[in-house]
Structure formats: C-alpha cells, structure tokens
Design a protein around this ligand. Sequence first.
Ligand SMILES: Nc1ncnc2c1ncn2[C@@H]1O[C@H](COP(=O)(O)OP(=O)(O)OP(=O)(O)O)[C@@H](O)[C@H]1O
Ligand SMILES: [Mg+2]
Length: 546
Amino acid sequence: METAQSAPAPLLELHGVVKHFGGTTALGGVDFDLRQGEIHALLGENGAGKSTLIKILGGIHLPDAGMIRLDGKPTPIRKVADADRLGIRIIHQELSLAPNLSVAENIYLGREPRHWGVPGLLDRRKMAAEAQALLARLGMNEIRSLRQPVDRLSIAHQQLVEIARALSAQARILVLDEPTSSLSEAETEALFTTLKRLRDQGVGIIYISHRLEEIIRLADRITVLRDGKSIGTQSASGVNQRNLIRWMVGRDLTEHYPRPTRRPGTPALEVRDLKNSRVHGVSFVLRYGEILGLAGLVGSGRTELGRAICGIERLDSGEMTLDGERLKIASVRQAISRGMGYLTEDRKDQGLFPRMSIRDNCVAPSLREFAGTLGWMNEGRIRRHAEEIRARFNIVAPSTSQLAGRLSGGNQQKVLLSMWMGILTQSGANGSARPRGLIHGKRQLASPRLLIVDEPTRGVDIGARSEIYALLRDLAATGVGILMISSDLQEILGLADRVLVMRGGRIVAQLPREAATEENIIAAATGVQFGPELTAEGRLDGECLT
Ligand SMILES: Nc1ncnc2c1ncn2[C@@H]1O[C@H](COP(=O)(O)OP(=O)(O)OP(=O)(O)O)[C@@H](O)[C@H]1O
Ligand SMILES: [Mg+2]
C-alpha cells in the first residue's frame, strides 16, 4: 500500500516519547509515525513498551517527555476524553468491559443511540440491531442474546465485544493491542476483512500481536520496539517469520517446537459421549505422555469441554474412565485429587497476586517446598528459584521483588504459568526442568498425571513461548497426558501429537500428527470444503477412536 505516501504529513507522529515508572524506563525516547490508510504493526517482546506507548496515545498515561502530532500539528493528549474527541479508538490488551452490563450496553456505553424526536430516550431497537450487525460482521453469529451480561461470555467472545465497541464509533486512528490472543483463524479472518476495509477508507490502524503470521499477512509497515526504544520501521512486503524474529529478538531462534522424545503410552483418560448444553456427545482418548491438541472456532465448545471434564461445568450424561476405572468428578478439587491439573483461559480469576512480588507469587502455591527446619522459610532458595524462573522465561522486571501487578501483560502471564506449573526445578545437569508438582490456582497438586491447558501462551512473546513448549514437552516426556486447547493453529500443528477438532459441540475430526495440516483443521473447524464423511474419525485416524 503506497496510498498515503504523497500526503503532506502523517496522520500521527510520536517524537522522543519517554515514560518512566519509578526506576523502570518503559519508553526511552520513541519515534513512531502512522499514515492515513495504513496498517502499522507494532512488534516487540513482552515488556518492550508497546502497551505503554498505546496508553500514552489513549490519554491513560502522561509521557514524561516527547511530543505527539496529529496532521502535523502538536496535539497534547492529557486524558482519555482527549483521545476520544480526536477519534482515537483503542482496544486494550486487558479487557475493559463492564461485566454486569449487557453485550449491547457495553458496545454503546457512553454513546447510546437516542430516539429521534424524543430527547433523552434510548433507542434500544436501533442499538440492538446495530450491535447484532457489528457482531455478525466479526463472525460472532451464534451469540444467543445481546441482553446477556458480558461476564457470562467466554474470553474470546468478550474480546469480540470489545472489538465491536471500538468499531461502533467513527475512528480516525484505531489501535488494537493483541485483539486476537484468544480468537481462532475464522474470527481473525473476519476481523482482518473489517480492518482492511477501514484501512481502505483511510483509517490509520496500529496493530499489536505476538502472532507473527498475522503481522505478515496484515501489515503495511512494521515497527519494532526493544527495551523501550524503537529499533526501526520497515515495509512489510517481503518479510518472513525468520527475519521478523531476528529483528525483534536480535538473534535467531531455532527449534521452536520441541520434538516428542517417546511414543505415547497407555490410555489414561477415556471420555465417552459427554453431553451438556454446549457439548453434544464427545468421545476421545487421552494417552499418557502425549500432547493432544484441541482446535476449533470460538464457541465450538473447546473450553466448555475442558471445563466439563474438570468438573467445573455440569455434565448431563456420558462417562469418563481413568486407567480403566470409572471417574466421577464433581469439582476441581476432586479433579486435582485424581491427579488432574487445569489451567483456565481466564487469567483474572486464576490467582496472580498483583500486590505481591514476583518472587512471592512464584512460590506462593508451593511454600511448603521452601520451608526450612523449624518452619523458617529458606529465603535463599526462594530467591534462587524465582531467579531461575525469571531467567528461563525472560521475565522483564528490575528485580524479582517487583510487584506482579506492575508487569506487562505477557510477563504477568509468564509468572502465572510458572507458579501454576510449579516448575520446582532441581537444576539437573542438562538444565531441564524436573516437574515435581503442579499447581492449580492456589492449590498444589502432588503427582500430576493429566493436564488440561486452555490457551497456555496467550499474549506471550516468541522466546518465552519456546520455553513453555519445552516445558509442556518435558511434562509429556515424564508421562503426563496433556490436553492442549488452543486457538493458535501454529502452536497446535507444532506441538500436538494428535489433533482433535471441535465444531458445534462435537468432535468432527481426529488427526494424527502426520495428517494434521492447516487446511484440514480449518476445513473441519468451519465445516467448509469437505463434508463430514471426509473428516469422519475412522477415515483420518482409525486408531484414535475406541
Ligand atoms: N504501571 C506500571 N508500573 C510499573 N512498571 C510498569 C507499569 N506499566 C508498565 N510497566 C513496565 O514498563 C515496561 C513496558 O511494559 P508494557 O506493558 O508497555 O510492555 P508490552 O510491550 O506491552 O509487553 P507485553 O507484550 O507483555 O504486553 C515493562 O517493564 C513493565 O514492567
Ligand atoms: Mg502489552
């Protein structure tokens, strides 16, 4: 796209923007410009300063130094209302919906359509119709009622509502800070169509994502931030994942997905004909030592299936066996007592302690492990353990005594994962982690045998992703059976030994690693291209269904 090249001044320019938080320099003098009618991707590792830059643009943070120009004119943005007035619409990384308000109310919060002729009266019909149309355009068709409170929706649907809200008002500048972190291919595609249309209408779009293939597909130009500094802007034509990674991280990252080291073992969990309001007769087998990927569109029932297995959601019928024995699970506590761990997609409820240090968060669920004689805590070991985690996942913070709530989104996720997975490393000679206990929320699970993870790498950058993949692979190598729910197709393809695809509450395909390709997973998930007979279980994988 060379559309705006001849324009006199860029739509937006940031010059020398500086932002400190205490001793942390989040932005150390960033230059950035956005043209009319372009999609400009902002790339960088967790903690690089992307969200801080966006919050300055949105009037949430005031810069310590620097200047913002709009259409070439210096334009201070001192508060959120300023950004709003200037037509800057932002979809923030942390969802900011009002949980008790309905879907439609959230979309129109603060600028509800009024009745013509009757001043002050809300035009609810218009509001509902417009909200429905917006959501449909984003591919969110099966939303049951616009009147339901948003906290009843899945994280992915909440994300779509958040996007619809930003799109419901005229924008000159649209900023999306990781909008697709829990969306699958189909919703992402629908969003991209909308974004390209807006771009062609002249809107300037800033797009942040850790999914590099999205950047390559969508962006016109790319700017990379590293440690709070802009290290350059390039046209996106001709870039590939490899050179993007090298540009962003400063070195080559190889072996992104660790190979399996052993063949899956005996069947661990067998589920037969599970049914409830969102799951319509699901059967599959999870073996010890395998990573079983679970793909599907938003709303296909992936998360609900995971929750039903763990006893969080009710089951109407069906049965489960573990090691051939009947398994009845009515609560997470029971799941844990049977050696089953569960990482939810909903990090907010998952128990990061924002007012505690990184160090205390890391060991909170496993304090007993760190108690010395007479009950004194072994501070030295705690510090070493936290340092190990910080190094392994590259958690960006001045020290491990930094409060967890002050970390960037992706870094918070890393702390959560590490505390949850209880990487009580024994620092083996080869440096690999020896999992000794899994933690669910704030409880510890002594001998994990099964693990269900829902979107484990949401918002995590490429380097730390590799670490999480290595960790999951290490767990599988010790015999843990892992069900990995993910909307990231690359991650499913790269890591899973076998792939289940859900559509409309049913499993519509089971693919062994060799047969799993982007095309047939998408085809099965959307039901387009080949009919059910081609994706029927027996046809693609005779061995999987019992
Ligand atoms: N309110 C705050 N108080 C203290 N430090 C902060 C605060 N907000 C951000 N930081 C720090 O500023 C730096 C940049 O954070 P920012 O959230 O901008 O990163 P990011 O690029 O958006 O990362 P991610 O990919 O994880 O979302 C980080 O070191 C972070 O810890
Ligand atoms: Mg961020």
